[in-house]
Structures are given as structure tokens and as C-alpha cells.
Design a protein around this ligand. Structure first.
Ligand code: ATP
Ligand code: MG
Length: 394
């Protein structure tokens, strides 16, 4: 009995003119994720099919669970599209299964198949009743849901449904630049952006010796978790020490965070241009801290005309934590290493900064060459999902 994985696209099917582009992007991503396995992948407008070896099934499922654009998938038995073959396979299958109630649901995609869906349900239901002892039909709460799909080349019988990662295939949008700190919010933001099809480069600002290599390693570990949803991820590490020291030497303490974040945004914009990203993505959440009031966001955002996407802007912290646990970043994020934001945090950061004052504070030192230096000397690390597979690029 041959099995295939049957993939349903879900939200992609709403993409009328672009449907092929989305399906082809998903196809490419699946092929790439499964490249080390001996599989045959094919596609049509409504389904993708993966032929596999039984021994690889768990590994394939783990990988499919991290591919955006898959709405649902099934492990299906494949059979020729003719009524006798379908009946025979069904008899063979139900004899091996334990259940007392069932329901058959047929989807007839091949309209040239002469038996309509309702009629198929009736016929196949009869076949099960006749060949399996002590079972009855329950259309409302069946123990066994028997799904039958009639398609032109083949038909499929399955009893299971696995939830896919949802969203749009990665690469169906241009690249975004994620500001990745060691906190809880930014990895979740990266995950949510990727789920909308946005491939990401990550950017981490560090201030060695004020921050440690442990803090950097934490961000690398977080990047690895995100790389599960991608092929590999480029993590750009920005040396932020000099800029940060200058800020704290020259600016009024209450404005240091505002100015620091304006500098980060300036660098982000330049890095986006350098690495062909179209948007900045971060983990800001409205009202979470002083720099994330709407007034602060306005003053900080003023330095760039590039769109800033804040996927968790309107989430409660607890909602963010739930997602962080789901994507397995939470335990890494709560490790206690100091971040460049926390090291320098002033006692009373301004909650409602004024743009005029921010500009005045910035005029106290010459930062433009330091920004260019930070961009020119960025250290890029290529991070892959597997253990110990990242390497320095530069
Ligand atoms: P937490 O989960 O504790 O709130 P956080 O990472 O969200 O941590 P914030 O101070 O709230 O930290 O910063 C808001 C956002 O700014 C972060 O989500 C992240 O996108 C970005 N950011 C902050 N610090 C850094 C950093 N050192 N490197 C890169 N991005 C940073
Ligand atoms: Mg935060």
C-alpha cells in the first residue's frame, strides 16, 4: 500500500492571479527543506504531493511543520481512480483499524468521475459496514473520519489531518531586517513576519565590553530557532559600543534611550539598503516601556522613511510569551545576559520625548561617521537550524 503526503494550501487559494507564484514559491521551499531526503514532490493547482520512504516520515513531518504556506497535510493512501480499486483499498485499510463509529466524506475533484460525492459516501459507507464487524455510521461525532479524494490521475484515502504552519510561503515578499535582541518580543516578531512570507536578515546591536559574548551567543541561539522556518539566516552583528558611550557622555540621561534608538534606526535603514531589505521589523509593543509609547515611537521613527513593521505592537506580553513558548525561543530569551539596552538604561527615561529636544541632544556630538563605521564594519554570521552549523562570514 503506497502512501503520499497530501498538502493543502489554504490561504494561498485566495490569491487569484498570483496563485501560481505562491504555489511555485511553496514548492521551491518544500523542495529545499527536504533536499537531503529521497522524496518526489509534485504539484497541481490545489494540492502538492510528496512520495516518501516510510522511515523518513517523522523527519519529513518535523520539517513540514515549519514551512509557511502549508495549511494542512494528510498522510494518504494512493489508489487508481476507479471504484473497484477504491473499494478494495478501503476494505483492506479499515480491517486494520480499531473503531466503532465512522463517517465517509468524499471530495470529487475529477468531475469526469461518474459517481457523485454523496453517492460515493453511500457506497463506501456500505462497503465498510459490510466488511467490518460491529461498526455504525455517526455523521456528527465519528471515531473514524474516512476522507476520500477523487482526482484525475489518482485517488486518495486518509484518516488524519495535520495542521500546517499556515501563512504565506517564505519569499513571497521581499526581505525585511529584524532587530533581534535577546529579549522575548523580537524573535516572536521575526516569526510572525516570516509567517507572512517575509524572509529576514537579523541585526543585533552589541556593546562589548559592556555586553558579553554570552549575550551574543544567546542571539545566535535565537536565530537558529528562527532558521527552522527558513533555509539559513544572516545575523549581522553591529558594534554599537562607541555610539553608545558617546550618547551617555553627551546627552541628558532621560533622553539616552530615545537617542540610542534613533541611532539604531539610522543604522537599520543603512543596513537594509546594503542587504536589500525593504522594511525594518522589531519587537516593539505599544506602551511596554518608555521608548514604546506612541509619542516615543514617533520621535524615534522620525529618522527613517523606511516602513517599520511591529508584529507584536498590539499584543499583550502574555500573548507574546505564549507564542515564544510555541516557537521554542522563550527559554533562551529568559537567560539573564545583559543587552546593550539594559546595560545603559537610565533611571528615568523620558516617556513623552519631544522631537525638538531629541534633535538638540543629538547635536551635542558628531555621530554620522560613527554610524557609517558601524555599518561598514558589521560582522555577519550565517546561522543554520542544525546544531553548530553557523560560521563567520567576514
Ligand atoms: P523584552 O522582550 O524584554 O521586551 P526586547 O527585546 O523586546 O526585550 P526592548 O527594550 O523592548 O527589548 O526593545 C524593543 C525592540 O527593539 C526589541 O524587540 C528589538 O526588536 C529591538 N532591540 C532592542 N535592543 C536591541 C539590540 N541590542 N539589538 C537588536 N535589536 C534590539
Ligand atoms: Mg520589548
Amino acid at each position: 500500500m503506497k502512501r503520499v503526503i497530501l498538502i493543502k494550501y489554504g490561504e494561498l487559494t485566495t490569491k487569484k492571479g498570483n496563485r501560481n507564484f505562491f504555489i511555485n514559491t511553496l514548492y521551491k521551499n518544500i523542495k529545499n527543506k527536504l533536499k537531503k531526503l529521497d522524496v518526489i514532490i509534485s504539484k497541481d493547482r490545489s494540492r502538492m504531493y510528496i512520495e516518501f520512504h516510510d522511515s523518513d516520515l517523522d523527519e519529513i513531518k518535523n520539517k513540514l511543520d515549519c514551512i509557511f504556506g502549508i495549511h494542512m497535510y494528510h498522510i494518504a493512501y494512493i489508489v487508481d481512480t476507479n471504484i473497484d480499486s477504491i473499494k478494495n483499498l478501503l476494505i483492506e485499510l479499515v480491517q486494520k483499524l480499531e473503531f466503532s463509529t465512522f463517517k465517509v466524506e468524499t471530495k470529487r475533484s475529477d468531475k469526469s468521475f461518474s459517481i457523485h460525492s454523496q453517492e460515493m459516501n453511500r457506497i463506501l459507507g456500505g462497503v465498510v459496514l459490510k466488511n467490518k464487524d460491529n461498526v455504525t455510521v455517526d455523521v456528527h461525532h465519528p471515531e473514524l473520519f474516512i476522507k476520500v479524494e477523487i482526482r484525475e490521475s489518482h485517488s486518495y484515502i486518509y484518516f488524519n489531518a495535520y495542521q500546517g504552519a499556515g501563512g504565506y510561503p517564505l519569499g513571497s515578499q521581499p526581505k525585511g531586517m529584524l532587530m533581534l535582541s535577546g529579549g522575548i518580543d523580537s524573535p516572536v516578531s521575526g516569526y510572525l513576519a516570516m509567517k507572512r512570507g517575509v524572509p529576514i536578515d537579523c541585526v543585533y546591536f552589541e556593546a562589548i565590553p559592556h555586553t558579553s559574548l554570552d549575550a551574543r551567543n544567546k542571539v545566535i541561539e535565537l536565530s537558529k530557532k528562527l532558521a527552522k522556518y527558513s533555509d539559513e539566516i544572516h545575523l549581522h552583528v553591529v558594534n554599537f559600543t562607541k555610539i553608545q558611550e558617546e550618547i551617555y557622555k553627551n546627552c541628558h540621561p532621560s533622553y539616552c534611550i530615545t537617542i540610542m534608538r534613533r541611532m539604531m534606526y539610522r543604522i537599520m535603514e543603512k543596513l537594509a539598503i546594503k542587504y536589500h531589505g525593504l522594511v525594518i521589523i522589531n519587537g516593539e509593543s505599544i506602551g511596554q516601556v518608555a521608548s514604546q509609547t506612541l509619542t516615543s515611537m514617533n520621535v524615534i521613527n522620525e529618522v527613517t522613511s523606511m516602513p517599520v513593521i511591529r508584529p507584536v505592537a498590539c499584543f499583550d506580553k502574555l500573548e507574546i510569551i505564549d507564542l515564544a513558548k510555541k516557537i521554542d525561543t522563550y527559554d533562551i530569551s529568559i537567560l539573564p545576559y545583559e543587552d546593550c539596552c539594559t546595560v545603559f538604561v537610565p533611571k528615568h527615561p523620558v516617556i513623552n520625548p519631544s522631537l525638538e529636544q531629541a534633535k538638540k541632544e543629538e547635536s551635542k556630538f558628531d555621530f554620522s561617521s560613527m554610524i557609517d563605521d558601524a555599518v561598514d564594519n558589521v560582522n555577519t554570521i550565517v546561522v543554520c537550524e542544525e546544531e553548530n552549523t553557523f560560521k563567520d562570514l567576514l
